[in-house]
Each structure stands twice: as structure tokens, then as C-alpha cells.
Design a protein around this ligand. Structure first.
Ligand SMILES: Cc1cc2nc3c(=O)[nH]c(=O)nc-3n(C[C@H](O)[C@H](O)[C@H](O)COP(=O)(O)O)c2cc1C
Length: 177
């Protein structure tokens, strides 16, 4: 395997969910631009690209998001959140693959953050109790008709985790199930 391919594989394997951040280190503008460029490079069914991204670096807004999200307390120390939203219809047509498209964009966000030396974690938002998605949408002025798929919390990691390795044996089937 050539060196560039090995780096790409190592980046995938070393991405872990990071939940402890140094709040004094911001994500610089060049890194944010690269992360968003990678998000927009995700595959998209019919190339509809239904995603919208809200980059949040206001401490006050990050704290409010943390207060709303029962499993998102790390937003209190994250330097940045990228909120992945989506059109679910366009010109009367249902965009039936928007969740897949946005998940691919989210993964590209996490992987590019890792490659740039930042930690990150994906926070679900769509299936939370007590209308979590609605509350987050209201906080962030997300229009009606737009879904809020999830949040990437990003910052300088204050924890390290071992890279992934191996194949889940129970997940593997050859030829047929
Ligand atoms: C759809 C989705 C929702 C998630 N929501 C949360 C969350 O709300 N809070 C959290 O701390 N981690 C969340 N995670 C991260 C998972 O807990 C994490 O990916 C899993 O434990 C595997 O660890 P790893 O990412 O380090 O490989 C979520 C992951 C996915 C894919």
C-alpha cells in the first residue's frame, strides 16, 4: 500500500469519539473551511446534496445546546459544533435519501477533523426525548421543513483512545448471510 493510502486508512481507524476538550483552543478558520469542504464532498443520492451546515462557535450557544442535549454535555468545552441539517423535500419531491446523505457528510466531518488534529463526537438529535430536535431547531433558528440530523462537537482533545482494529466477527458473512 502506498504511503498516502496508508495515511487515509490510519485516519479512519484512529477516529474515536472524543468527549473531553480544551476550551481554550479554537478551531482555526482554515481548518473549519477544510472540514466543511470535506462535508460537501460526501456522496449524495441523485447528487441532490440536501445538507445544510451551521457552524457554531459562540460559547453561549454551545452552552445552550449542551443544556438541551442529555448526552451532549461535552459541548460545554467543545470549541465548535457543526450542526448537520437537511432539506427533506425540494420542489414538491421527497428527498428520500437525505438521512444517508447527511450521515455520509457527518462522517466526512469527523474524519477530516481527526486528520487535522482535532477530536470530535457525533451527537444524535432526531430521536431524542422531549422534542430534542425541535428545541435545538428553535435555538438555532432552523426553518420549519428542515430536519436537524445531528451535531459534530469538535475541539482540541484532552483524552486519547486506542485506534479501532479488527473486524467484528458477528458482522461478517461471506457469499450469503
Ligand atoms: C447516530 C449517532 C448518535 C450518537 N449520539 C451520541 C450522543 O448523543 N452522545 C455521545 O456522547 N456520543 C454519541 N455517539 C457516538 C457513539 O457513542 C460512538 O460512536 C460509539 O460509542 C463508538 O465509539 P467510537 O466513535 O469512538 O468508535 C453517536 C453516534 C452515532 C453514530
Amino acid at each position: 500500500m502506498n504511503r498516502i493510502s496508508r495515511d487515509a486508512i490510519d485516519n479512519i481507524l484512529s477516529r474515536r469519539s472524543i468527549r473531553r476538550f480544551d476550551p481554550s483552543v479554537r478551531v482555526d478558520d482554515a481548518s473549519l473551511k477544510t472540514i466543511l469542504e470535506c462535508a460537501c464532498a460526501a456522496p449524495s443520492a441523485n447528487n441532490y446534496r440536501p445538507w445544510h451546515f451551521i457552524a457554531v462557535d459562540s460559547r453561549e450557544t454551545l452552552d445552550s445546546m449542551a443544556d438541551l442535549h442529555p448526552y451532549g454535555k461535552m459541548l460545554k468545552t467543545a470549541a465548535l459544533a457543526i450542526v448537520v441539517c437537511s432539506e427533506t423535500e425540494r420542489e414538491g419531491r421527497v428527498l428520500r435519501y437525505w438521512e444517508e446523505d447527511c450521515s455520509a457528510a457527518m462522517q466526512n466531518i469527523l474524519l477530516s477533523a481527526n486528520a487535522l488534529g482535532f477530536g470530535s463526537v457525533w451527537l444524535g438529535a432526531r430521536h431524542g426525548d422531549n422534542d430534542l430536535e425541535g428545541k435545538l431547531k428553535s435555538l438555532l433558528n432552523v426553518p420549519a421543513g428542515i430536519a436537524l440530523m445531528g451535531i459534530a462537537a469538535i475541539g482540541r482533545a484532552l483524552e486519547t483512545k486506542d485506534p479501532h482494529k479488527g473486524i467484528d466477527p458477528h458482522s461478517l458473512h461471506y457469499g450469503k448471510w
